[in-house]
Design a protein around this ligand. Structure first.
Ligand SMILES: Cc1cc2nc3c(=O)[nH]c(=O)nc-3n(C[C@H](O)[C@H](O)[C@H](O)COP(=O)(O)OP(=O)(O)OC[C@H]3O[C@@H](n4cnc5c(N)ncnc54)[C@H](O)[C@@H]3O)c2cc1C
Length: 431
């Protein structure tokens, strides 16, 4: 094609679509190229969507977007081979509008989201897989599908191609992604009637819960299992750092099957039909392993840049915000007719001023902290579960003896120095 667009966006996920919509609203010509049969066809998440950041970028989305259930409750659970213990937070504030978060299914959401970019004037083309970048005078000047007629030119390219971005590597913004920088997650959608979901999880009609489950759910590896309630299905998944999966030879599909069979989990799924299976990478490198975020004629957004906060389960909102900030920087570059790296450095400045890089900087050492302490997801669940069992078992033994044994078990099993070390390490990791 001879036509030159102001911007080409590769990938119609939340980052790419947000960038495209804002670029089109700024009056730039923009095209989105998506390899899936439609936006969302290839996308995977849990998925919990936070309302406030989404509303800030998509005003009125609650009335228009396909949403599942408002999330009124969060459960954190620890699993051992047989047992489960945990904590629940349920809030009437979360149950009332404005809600804090919704469960969302990715395929319908992304499909709808892409229409917001089209309504603003962006062109969205599915079934186009970009294999490489075009270069001119050392600057990115477009993209190609590798076919003779598959070249498209632009003044700027937005790389929104998700985790493990091959195009960020081709742009020279990142070396090869290391297994320690990615988690691999297997996920299923299990169909169940709405009334069954509400009864099993003790939910008011139409409301939802989010369960995050540590320990045996990942066979003790760093990661977690999750169950999120949709209108008429459950999203269930589990996964761990790719490096640990490779080192242990554990396969995430087997991990998910084992998780589903756990005696505390199986009854929640009983009678459900698997409607969908998928597996996907999540970037875990965070702030310390971020690629360079811009170059001459190119910026990288969302998962392709590693913008995920695993502690608060934030990916989509950070992807959208990075897309928005990239669009702002590109619009300024267009106004100055200068798409050089020096001008696009403005994108990094905007990110630094936003929660994207401020939050990622805050948690930059958390993965290393937890990865260096495998006992957090093995010894702690086992000992806490044994302590709970001893405390709750009424067996005629005097309480003084029992409490002493519980304390002894915890101290011997974990060690005072190790617990103190973990606490100090956790505080340091979040400093
Ligand atoms: C199992 C799982 C659970 C998650 N749960 C949550 C959650 O509950 N809440 C949350 O906020 N986040 C969650 N995330 C993270 C969230 O999904 C991502 O952070 C978010 O999707 C990133 O958006 P993105 O637009 O950057 O990338 P993506 O959504 O991955 O979109 C990238 C797009 O680019 C396309 N593409 C890739 N390569 C090419 C190419 N060469 N040519 C053309 N198109 C291409 C893909 O098909 C895709 O449509 C989860 C992720 C996973 C895997």
């Amino acid at each position: 094609m001879d036509e030159q667009f102001d911007a080409i966006v590769v990938g119609a996920g939340p980052a790419g679509v947000t960038a495209a919509r804002d670029l089109a609203e700024a009056g730039l010509s923009v095209v989105v190229l998506e390899r899936g049969a439609f936006p969302g066809a290839k996308n995977v998440w849990g998925g919990i969507l936070y309302r406030e950041p989404t509303e800030a970028m998509l005003p009125g989305f609650e009335a228009a977007a396909p949403l599942e259930r408002p999330i009124i409750e969060q459960r954190y659970l620890l699993l051992t081979g047989d047992d489960m213990l945990g904590a629940t937070y349920r809030s009437q504030t979360f149950a009332a509008r404005p809600h804090n978060a919704y469960s969302v299914l990715r395929a319908p959401f992304d499909r709808w989201h892409a229409t917001t970019a089209e309504a603003a004037g962006a062109e969205v083309y599915p079934e186009i897989a970009i294999t490489d970048l075009l270069w001119e005078d050392g600057a990115v000047a477009g993209v190609t599908t590798g076919e003779p007629d598959g070249e498209l030119r632009s003044r700027c390219v937005v790389l929104a191609d998700g985790a493990n971005s091959l195009l960020a590597q081709k742009a020279g913004l990142h070396e090869e992604w290391a297994p320690i920088e990615q988690a691999l997650v297997a996920k299923e959608i299990i169909a169940l009637p709405a009334a069954t979901i509400e009864e099993r999880f003790g939910l008011p009609a139409g409301c939802g819960t989010a369960l995050e489950i540590f320990g045996e759910s990942t066979q003790g590896l760093l990661g977690y299992g999750f169950i999120y309630t949709n209108k008429e299905s459950l999203s269930i998944g589990t996964g761990a750092l790719l490096e640990d999966l490779i080192a242990t030879g554990i396969n995430v599909n087997d991990m998910l099957d084992r998780f589903k069979r756990h005696p505390a989990i199986a009854p929640l799924l009983a009678g459900g039909e698997t409607a969908e299976y998928s597996a996907h990478l999540i970037p875990e490198g965070g702030y310390n392993k971020m690629p360079r975020l811009y170059g001459d004629g190119v910026v990288v957004v969302g998962d392709a840049a590693g913008f995920v906060n695993p502690l608060n389960r934030e990916g989509v909102n950070l992807a959208m915000l990075s897309g928005q900030l990239a669009a702002r920087a590109i619009a300024e570059a267009a106004a100055a007719a200068d798409f050089s790296a020096a001008r696009l450095a403005r994108y990094r400045e905007l990110l630094e001023e936003s929660v994207v890089l401020q939050d990622l900087f805050k948690i930059r050492n958390v993965t290393d902290f937890a990865h260096a302490r495998p006992h957090l997801l093995t010894a702690y669940p086992a000992l806490l579960s044994a302590a709970a069992r001893a405390y709750l078992t009424v067996d005629g033994r005097p309480k003084a003896e029992k409490y002493g044994k519980i304390a002894q078990g915890l101290i011997r099993g974990l060690g005072v120095r190790r617990v103190a070390g973990d606490l100090v390490g956790a505080v340091r990791a979040l400093r």
